[in-house]
Each structure stands twice: as C-alpha cells, then as structure tokens.
Design a protein. Structure first.
Length: 221
C-alpha cells in the first residue's frame, strides 16, 4: 500500500511540474489566440456598423503580439507618433489633453491614395469591457461625414496580447461600402501590424537589456 501511494504521489508531482513548465497550457482553450498564432499575420474582417448605424461597414483587423499589454498600450496611445509606427496614418498631431481625453488630428489616405481623410478626434482613456481594453476615437470635425476608430487590446498572458483595430470612414462623396470597407480592412491590417512590430522590437530590446550582466565594482576599488 505504501509503495502504491508513493507511485501515485510521484505521478501527481510529475504532472504538476509539467504543467508549471508550460505556461501556455492554461491558455489552450483560447481559440482566438491559437488561430492568430498559427496565422502569423493579421486577420482582416468586416462587420455591420452600429451605434449609430451606417451604410458603410466597419473594417477591422486582429493580430497576436508577443509583448505584454502594457507595452502595446504605450504604442497605441502615443498619438504624437502614429505616422512613424502605424503606416495608414499620414500625419498625427496631439492638439490637447484634458482630464485624460486627447484631442488628436489625423490624416489617413483612402481609395488607393486618391483622397485623404482628415479629422480631429476625441480619444478617451482605455476602458475595460469584459476581458479587453477599448480605446475609442470619435470625430469632432473633418472632411468626411463620419469617422470612428476603436482599438481593442486583450492580454492572452503576461507575454502575449491580441490587438484589434476597427475603423469606419463615411466619405462625403457617394462611394459604396463594397469599395470603402476593403480599404478600411487594409488600413486596419497595416495599423495592427505596425503596432506588433514596434511592440515586439521594444520588448525584445528591454528583455535583452535586463539579461545583460551588471558590472559589480570589485572590493576595495
């Protein structure tokens, strides 16, 4: 009996050790993360625009980033430097910031560069909705009938984050959704890819810096 108990205890200990050595096992049920991990690039999608409704469908893209959500958030909320990191944005300027709400000027080429959207938006602080953070931009004024953009960030674990961007642009010119929405999907794809590349670069640099041995002065020096 004692020998059997020892065998059972050993088997249990081995199982627990294996699970603790594989941090992603606990996330095996995260189908979205698994799918995006396997894809290795952004997944484009579109959806009906609501709240309020629009005849133009919203275009979006999602990507898995190998960096913590804090690093991703820093890039997404760095509105002064969008044009350097997030390729669809031709120009970005932080006009003001009051009580956590940022007023931002953005320029985005559309229709294969045939036109340029400019808008002044109000962007609030990240808001927790379920298991993700949302950062929403709403148009104050611009040369389009409507502009909306929402970033969605979700931590998969301490080292991985899912990033989504959903964009609506309703031009003043009569252009069907079948023409506009694919452009929005492309813009969202480029944006989340730019965020991924910069976040992973920053995280890799920071990790390498932490791993470097620190010079300790010798005694008596």
């Amino acid at each position: 009996m004692t020998l059997r108990l020892r065998h059972l205890a050993f088997a249990l200990l081995t199982t627990l050790t294996t699970l603790s050595a594989a941090p992603n096992v606990a996330r095996a049920g995260d189908e979205e993360a698994t799918r995006l991990e396997a894809r290795g690039k952004a997944q484009r999608y579109s959806q009906k625009t609501t709240d309020p409704e629009s005849s133009i469908d919203t275009g979006g893209a999602a990507i898995l980033v190998h960096a913590p959500i804090d690093e991703v958030r820093r890039i997404v909320t760095d509105y002064r430097h969008y044009e350097k990191v997030i390729k669809p944005f031709k120009q970005s300027k932080l006009l003001s910031r009051t009580k956590g709400v940022s007023e931002v000027y953005l320029e985005v080429p559309i229709l294969h560069g045939a036109a340029t959207v400019w808008v002044v938006t109000k962007i609030g602080q990240p808001v927790k909705v379920g298991n993700e953070e949302r950062i929403t931009a709403r148009m104050e004024r611009g040369n389009v009938d409507d502009f909306r953009a929402t970033w969605k960030l979700r931590a998969v674990d301490g080292e991985r984050t899912i990033v989504k961007l959903e964009i609506l642009v309703d031009p003043k010119m009569p252009v069907p959704s079948s023409v506009v929405t694919p452009e929005l999907c492309t813009a969202a794809d480029k944006a989340v890819t730019g965020v991924r590349d910069q976040a992973e670069k920053n995280h890799s640099t920071a990790s390498a810096s932490r791993a470097e041995p620190q010079n300790v002065p010798a005694e008596g020096s």
